[in-house]
Write a protein that binds this ligand. Structure first.
Ligand code: PA5
Length: 432
């Protein structure tokens, strides 16, 4: 059983070239699995769909129910791995206009992912008189952007509800014992959820980091975990010949060696925009180090065919595309015949919009491959919980394998500290 299918015919890489990595992959596979239970390694995500904390999971569902009952808005405070995964899943599985009155739950507003006063004021404006809860998410508990946002919105909540009621509306997701946020949560008695030590930020969406905000929207997190578990079981196979997740990692590395150092994740479904943002962080932060790594970027087609299509077709030939093809739409629409046909579009009459979208995809793949942009296609059965859970796991695992093939540590991010040091010095923080 699988919700994902890899098609690499348009990469022009034969299976024989992929299988040359067979032994190397086996070695990496064994290394990851042997160390997966070692608390000092950042490999907790590898077995998370099986070993996740079931008690905490029930507590997440309970908290989500309470938020759904008593809040019109959930403020999700976090940055990077502490919000992108939740947003990716929420937007791919809910109504496109969830936050504009079409949601089956509280509005989800994301803050603490930038330092813009305009954005912050607009969020306050957007909340207006609505009832609010906060989920502040930070593994380190010390990240500047969410810390400042939490300072602002904690005060906002306390003046709106008084200290006692505000305490009941603040949910903290952080380390089990370290960090300023953990200290604050303990002192104030906020309900706290744990980010396991051995799960890094960008690999943490299937912990409370993602699961609480996701559950608040009404998405079925049990089904999400079932999908991830199906992927965990499926991609346990150390034989590269049968493991499409590992094949994707190998394909990327072969293309990189052939000077294709920019990977564009392509979707034909606007709901997947934030999935691409999550994927960009996962791969960019995991592989971009030691002056190595594929630069991950993304486009939303067909929209961006009218902005980026020209470059992809004829610009520098250092690109390859990975197309995320959703095979079945949740709902479709048939284009009608028009008697006058003034727009000349009767050639699509009787066809569904999804059919036209698919033909645009096929035509684009053909054009880009002809233009020397190799394509990898990842088919996803449908935008539903199990499939998305599987896809999350597929990308996390292939990212770890790909980083190892590249010869970097896919679980650290030392480069992120550089801007922080300068910013702290410029802000006059002591010690900088
Ligand atoms: O993947 C990572 O570790 C980072 O992107 C972090 O998620 C991000 O920097 C936020 O960190 P924190 O959760 O500690 O606030």
């Amino acid at each position: 059983m699988s919700y994902i299918k890899l098609d690499y015919q348009y990469s022009n890489i034969p299976i024989e070239d992929i299988l040359e990595y067979k032994e190397e992959i086996k070695k990496i596979h064994n290394e990851l699995h042997e160390k997966s239970q070692d608390e000092r390694e950042f490999l907790g995500w590898l077995t998370l769909p099986t070993t996740y904390d079931k008690k905490e999971f029930e507590r997440i569902k309970k908290a989500a129910q309470k938020i759904r009952k008593d809040s019109e808005v959930l403020l999700c405070i976090g940055i990077g791995g502490s919000y992108l995964g939740a947003r990716a899943i929420i937007e791919s599985l809910t109504h496109t206009f969830y936050n504009y009155g079409k949601g089956n739950g509280p509005q989800i507003l994301y803050v603490g992912n930038n330092l813009s006063p305009n954005y912050m004021n607009d969020i306050i404006d957007m909340i207006g008189e609505k009832s609010v809860s906060i989920n502040v998410i930070s593994k380190s508990g010390t990240t500047t952007e969410p810390a400042i946002a939490f300072r602002i919105f904690r005060e906002f909540l306390e003046s709106k509800y008084g200290i006692d009621e505000a305490r009941k509306r603040i949910y903290v997701t952080t380390d089990k014992e370290k960090g300023a946020l953990k200290t604050l949560a303990t002192e104030e008695g906020y309900e706290a959820f744990v980010i396991p030590d051995n799960v890094g930020g960008r690999y943490s969406v299937l912990t409370a980091v993602g699961l609480l905000p996701i559950a608040v929207t009404g998405i079925d997190i049990d089904r999400l975990m079932i999908g991830a578990k199906i992927a965990e079981d499926k991609y346990k196979d150390d034989n590269l010949k049968y493991n499409e997740c590992y094949q994707y990692a190998v394909l990327r590395n072969i293309l990189y060696k052939n000077d294709k150092n920019i990977e564009i994740l392509v979707n034909y479904e606007p709901k997947m925009h934030y999935f691409t943002e999550w994927w960009k962080q996962l791969y960019g932060e995991s592989e971009g180090k030691e002056k190595k790594g594929i630069f991950p970027t993304g486009v939303d087609f067909t929209t961006d065919l009218h902005s980026m299509g020209q470059y992809i077709q004829q610009g520098r030939r250092n690109l390859f595309e990975t197309v995320l093809a959703v095979d079945n739409p949740n709902i479709d629409i048939t284009i009608k015949q028009d008697e006058d046909n003034l727009d000349g579009m009767n050639f699509v009459a009787g066809k569904t919009l999804d059919y036209v979208n698919k033909k645009a995809m096929e035509g684009t793949i053909e054009a880009h491959v002809t233009g020397e942009v190799p394509n990898i296609v990842i088919h996803l059965e449908k935008l539903e919980e199990e499939a998305i859970g599987s896809l999350i796991y597929f990308f996390e695992l292939s990212c770890a394998i790909s980083g190892k093939l590249l010869g970097v540590n896919p679980f650290n991010q030392p480069g992120v500290e550089e801007y922080k040091k300068n910013m702290f010095r410029l802000l006059g923080k002591s010690g900088y």
